[in-house]
Design a protein around this ligand. Sequence first.
Ligand code: TTP
Ligand code: CA
Ligand code: CA
Length: 534
Amino acid sequence: MTTRAIATHRVVAHLDLDAFYCQVERRDLRAKTAAGRRDGRASAEDVPLVVVQYNPFERGGVRALAPDDDRELRDGFENHSLIAVSYEARARGVKRNMRGREARALAPACAVVQVPTRRSKADLTLYREAGREVAAVLARGGTIERASIDEAYLDLTESAKKVLEETAWATILEKARTSHAAGASAVSGKGYASVAWWNRDESEWREEEKLLAAGAYICFNLRKACVDELGYTLSAGIALNKMLAKLTSGMNKPASQTVLCPDHTSTLLDELPIDRIRGLGAKFGRELADGLNVKTIGELARTPLRKLEEVCGEEKAQWVRKVSLGLDDDPVKAREMPKSIGTGKTFRGALAIRSIASAKHWLAELTAELNDRCEADEEEWNRVPKLLTLGLSSPDERETSSGHCSRRCPLRPGADEMAQDALTLLSKWASGRERWSITGMSVSASNFVSLEKDSGDVVEMFKNATKAAKAPASVSATPAASPIKADQIDKNVLAELPEAIQREIRASMGLLDKSTGGGVKRKNEITNYFSKKR
Ligand code: TTP
Ligand code: CA
Ligand code: CA
């Protein structure tokens, strides 16, 4: 096998949890039943289950139910809309767009669970946490890009190459062949579609097909780990790029995976409605369909490039052409964790802040915003910040030539606490100065401490497939960012400041790029930071 041929191919998986909220609720019901807090009927796997959204227009308003309450509704759910339907309920004809009463009519034994609420709104924390747990397991396979609360893309290319090098073909095949092979009948020309495709002699396998098989093997292991360790089933699509993987993952739900045979791509796309492709769903897709009078990706693929260009311009036409042929080089991108989060505001000229009362007002505004963003960050990254930084720009500031300074203190969670502490920092800065004015103010949070559970290595996982199964959750206290040195201007704080202030500071430090003259002279961390930004 030549590495050159393989280097041009990728293996991407798209994984999506089956009836996600239902699975989370089923697990929750099981835990509550085990703790003796409710009867166990609805926690049984084969009982149909639906998750309902409260109906805000119902008399009496939203029924307040915390995650920990018994949220299985025995009555009053008739008008609630279903947001998740278990496969047992689907088998009885229950569908997502129905109401509670229809679910009960079709499946009288159906358990009806209401989403948790908080301040009269749905509280998705339980599901977000579950989605994160699953993502942590999947991340053992390779670079992960979470695409929604219950789905993710995985780039399995490197892991697949490694598996091909280290694992016997028969071993790979044994697990890989549990996958459906989409389009196999067309490809193999034999009767037993999937089976025939997997049964081919090793010599008949092309390099990219082998890579896909290795990807399927990894995906099988990852899905098994999710079942063994968390009790959740997922479905997956394994293909040569993100777009095709996404189209493939839903083909055989629930609890199964599908490999897209490369030769089948054009057949799959031929009849596919245009709006099924990401990027062609909304306005642009409609313009394209109307402008060219086409409905399917196949028709789009057969449209001459010049005609495409007329409708959507050269650049977009190139992209559309590629996509219509099943090509997609969009990389699987791990979302980067920000090192700090913050918010700031400028107060120019007459707007400059000159009193503690006015500073207090604006700090309350800024810290409220910061607190919201910290909460969102905690939900997304499962971590909490430990350091609060107040950044100030002031013509009276002599400490640095830039007129900018920052003050820090340990971060206490909560908008009010942060507002109080920021005000204390500001008051200390102001004390001892006869007159002062502030032209820019920012607050930021950094030095994050992760609350993530430990995750292992992909190869290790295969070796100890079930050993890790009951590993207890541990809290690691590794700070996600190193402490900020006090003797330099905090680049994170700078980055959070409004553009205008950033420019001012850069100018005063002589860091402004003279664009034609190649002006950046000082090669310190901050210069690097700014050059990276451009
Ligand atoms: P989906 O992945 O679309 O659906 P699902 O996981 O329930 O079922 P499937 O097996 O077909 O993937 O959505 C994930 C969760 O998001 C779903 O369980 C509930 C929630 N959701 C809503 O709250 N409202 C919606 O309109 C949709 C589509 C989903
Ligand atoms: Ca799903
Ligand atoms: Ca989904």
